[in-house]
Design a protein around this ligand. Structure first.
Ligand code: ADP
Ligand code: MG
Length: 272
């Protein structure tokens, strides 16, 4: 049984930041694995053509695999493409393949191009209910490093925005653009969308800069920034090469413990 409390309703979080390399994928897969480890029913949607979240969760995603691309641009349902991850008893994944790299452009001419993912996810959630299956507690959508249509689809499908921020010099650069986009999506498509969570990643306590950035982010977003900071850790960065999250690969490492603590903080925010 779950030792992390279940949310009142399914929490759908777009893990996003248009900067690359800030820890989006690492955060999405490790938070998902931590939630699943504690008994929650979790779906990760890989929406980055790189497919790094699929790799990290040990999911097949070569070019012939049915994927998020077929959901967004074909007529497949999430049920037809979802795979189970060995990372958790109730952790499933919608993989991304390299085909997705053309999707931003292909979507432009598609009807309801901003809400393709939302339609598919709503359908999946309600079909699970109709089939009497266990309700999903968390859906984490791993976004690509851009503010294009894939990210817009994630934000339209989500009810929360989860922003990982790397503790480095340029951390806050580009953030106002991201906040603007969240507001645009909120106004045009999804009034419930809310930035619920900011997580400081790759934190190196020995440097003044990291401490200053962390303090800065906290001052700007006092209610959204999690207390837990994710330390820079070799264990975290090498886990994907074993097709594992650090939660499984090295559960007693500081990185794994930090991600579990961050997951618990998210659980305690309650349903949004
Ligand atoms: P994004 O998805 O935002 O592009 P990633 O999660 O892929 O970022 O992280 C970028 C790189 O940094 C990856 O090689 C990842 O393994 C590494 N990384 C992420 N978080 C940490 C951390 N806490 N400590 C060390 N390396 C990390
Ligand atoms: Mg990524």
């Amino acid at each position: 049984e779950a030792d992390f409390a279940k949310p009142i309703s399914t929490r759908i979080m777009a893990v996003t930041n248009q900067k690359g390399g800030v820890g989006k994928t690492t955060t999405a897969v490790n938070i998902a694995a931590a939630l699943a480890k504690h008994g929650l029913n979790v779906l990760v949607i890989d929406s980055d053509p790189q497919g790094n979240a699929s790799t990290a969760l040990g999911i097949e995603h070569h070019s012939e695999v049915a994927s998020i691309y077929d959901v967004l641009l074909g007529d497949m349902s999430i049920r037809e493409v979802v795979q189970h991850s060995e990372e958790g008893p109730a952790l499933s994944v919608v993989p991304a393949t390299i085909e997705l790299s053309g999707a931003e452009i292909e979507l432009v001419t598609v009807k309801n191009r901003e809400s393709r993912l939302k339609a598919a996810l709503d359908d999946y959630l309600s079909s699970a209910e109709d089939n009497g299956e266990a309700r999903l507690d968390y859906v984490l959508i791993d976004c690509p490093p851009s503010l294009g249509l894939l990210t817009i689809n994630a934000m339209v499908a989500a009810n929360e925005v989860f922003i990982p921020i790397q503790c480095e010099y340029y951390a806050l650069e580009g953030l106002s653009q991201l906040l603007n986009n969240v507001q645009l999506v909120k106004n045009a498509f999804n009034e419930v969308l809310d930035i619920s969570t900011i997580l400081l990643t790759m934190f190196d306590r020995r440097t003044n800069l990291a401490n200053e950035v962390a303090q800065d982010v906290r001052e700007h977003f006092p209610d959204k920034t999690l207390n837990t900071k994710i330390p820079r850790s070799v264990r975290i960065s090498e886990a994907p090469s074993f097709e594992q999250t650090v939660i499984t690969y090295n559960p007693s490492s500081p990185g794994a413990i930090a991600y579990e603590q961050a997951a618990l903080e998210i659980v305690k925010q309650g349903a949004k």
